[in-house]
Structure formats: C-alpha cells, structure tokens
Design a protein around this ligand. Structure first.
Ligand code: ADP
Ligand code: ADP
Length: 227
C-alpha cells in the first residue's frame, strides 16, 4: 500500500538522512520504524505525506506515485500524530478535534458531533471536551492528537514517537488502547520509535534502521527475536 523504491534523502547541508530505501508496507498493517536517534526514521515518515521530498527514488501510495496525488487529497488521506500533540493552544479539546471535519466543509454542528465521537473512540471522558490543551495531562493530550488525526477518517496514519513523552505507566496504557483501536479501525500505520520494546509490542512488521539511514532489517517481531 505504501511503497518506497530506491528512496534517498540528502538534506542541503550534506547530511544523508535516508540511503537507498526500498520497502513495501501492506494495507492495514502496523509497521514500526525503529533505530537510534538520527538514523532517518522521521525523514522516512515525512516522505510519505510530502513534508519532505526525496532526493531520489519514488514513494507511492496505493500504486500511485505520491507526486501525482493532489495535496488536499494527500492531507485528507494521511493522518499525522507527533510527540507533543501539537494541539492548538487557544482552542478547546472539542474544537481541536473538530478542525479537520470543519476544513472538509462539514457544518459546525456535524463537525462537533463527529469530534465528540472521536474523543470517545480514543477513551477521553466527555467532561474533557470543553477544556483547553494545557488543562490536560500529557497522555490525555496525546489521545486528543490521535482523535484529531482521525478526523478525516484517513486510511493511513503516520505516528512519530506519539507516546514517548509520557511516563511509562501512561505509555503502557496508551499502547494497549492503541492496539485495541487498531483492531477496530484497520488503518495502515507507520509508527516511529527509538524504543525497541515498544516496536516489538506494537508492530506487526518492524523496519530496523541503522545510523546513516540504511535499512538493516525488515521482518515480523517474531522473526527478529529469533536472531
Ligand atoms: P530520526 O528520526 O531517526 O532521529 P531524522 O530523520 O530526524 O532521524 O534525521 C536523520 C538525519 O538527518 C540526522 O542526521 C538529522 O540531523 C538530519 N536532518 C533531519 N532533518 C534535517 C533538516 N531539515 N536539515 C538538515 N538535516 C536534517
Ligand atoms: P505547507 O505545504 O503549507 O508548507 P507543511 O507540509 O509544511 O505545509 O505542513 C504544515 C503543517 O501541517 C505542519 O506543521 C505539519 O505538522 C502539518 N501537516 C503536514 N502534513 C500533515 C498531514 N498529512 N496531516 C496532518 N498534519 C499535517
């Protein structure tokens, strides 16, 4: 569903962030990109939604070169979740989540009821909807970030260290609920982490990167643990 063909990224300062990546990710799968800091995980993720343009090679989505997919279609089709949820500080939780449905042209009332549904889906109590982001814990903010990313019901979700900034107990809860959610939603997910335990817990496939932006291994967690 997501395919990288001989993809490289060299930043203008001369850094090779990704070096000759070829990889195919199945529809409905949860692939974790793992490896040490600076090995090119975020760059790889951002080449899927064109936040970063490859220097060479082709990224395709459902068989189409992403350069041929119009920007609005790409935005709607790909949800994006980052480490610090990146919520709009001056909007309530509900309005943060309603942003995408509003942009899609839904009426205000419909957008808000959709937002309320999404908040319920990610396990956030309805009483939180009227709060502002700073009035939530880090773990709750990440739930809102996931709900917001699901706004357009995108088939693809890109997640960049979404649970790394919260304490280990909350992280465990978020991971477990995220797995439950994925069973229900069957999104095609690309998930970045530097934590190999998290990779093994969540991924149905794991892509191990090494310093210099090269793919070292790509396999199921079971197969990786055999070696
Ligand atoms: P990771 O997500 O694995 O930590 P990144 O993809 O963020 O790795 O970065 C890979 C390499 O590219 C690193 O050496 C990083 O410093 C460099 N890099 C990332 N973004 C930029 C940029 N915008 N300009 C120049 N170098 C960058
Ligand atoms: P532009 O094309 O207007 O320069 P960017 O691609 O740089 O926009 O993205 C602008 C902001 O939108 C970024 O801060 C990024 O976090 C967010 N963003 C980019 N792509 C997506 C996406 N597919 N889903 C959600 N947010 C996105």
């Amino acid at each position: 569903m997501i395919r990288f063909d001989a993809v490289s990224k060299n930043y203008p300062n001369g850094t090779t962030a990704v070096d000759g990546l070829s990889l195919e990710l199945a529809e409905g799968g949860l692939t974790v990109l793992v490896g040490p800091s600076g090995c090119g995980k975020t760059t790889t993720l951002r080449m899927v939604n064109r936040m970063v343009e490859p220097s060479a090679g082709t990224v395709s989505l459902g068989g189409r070169d992403i350069r041929e997919v119009a920007a609005p279609e790409l935005r709607r089709g790909i949800g994006y979740v980052i480490q610090h949820a990146g919520l709009f500080p001056h909007r309530t939780v509900l309005d943060n989540v309603a942003t995408v449905p509003l942009l899609l042209g839904w009426g205000k009332k419909k957008a808000r009821s959709r937002a309320a549904e999404l908040l319920e889906l990610v396990g956030l109590p309805a009483t939180m909807a009227k709060r502002y982001p700073y009035q939530l814990s880090g773990g709750q903010q990440q739930r809102v970030g996931v709900a917001r990313a699901l706004g357009a019901d995108p088939p693809v979700l890109l997640m960049d260290e979404p649970f790394s900034a919260v304490d280990p107990i909350v992280r465990g809860e978020l991971q477990a609920e995220f797995l439950r959610l994925q069973k229900e939603l069957h999104k095609t997910i690309v998930f970045v982490t530097h934590d190999i335990d998290e990779a093994i817990k969540l991924g149905d496939h794991i892509a191990v990167f090494r310093t210099g932006g090269k793919l070292a291994q790509f396999d199921t967690p079971e197969k990786l643990l055999e070696h």
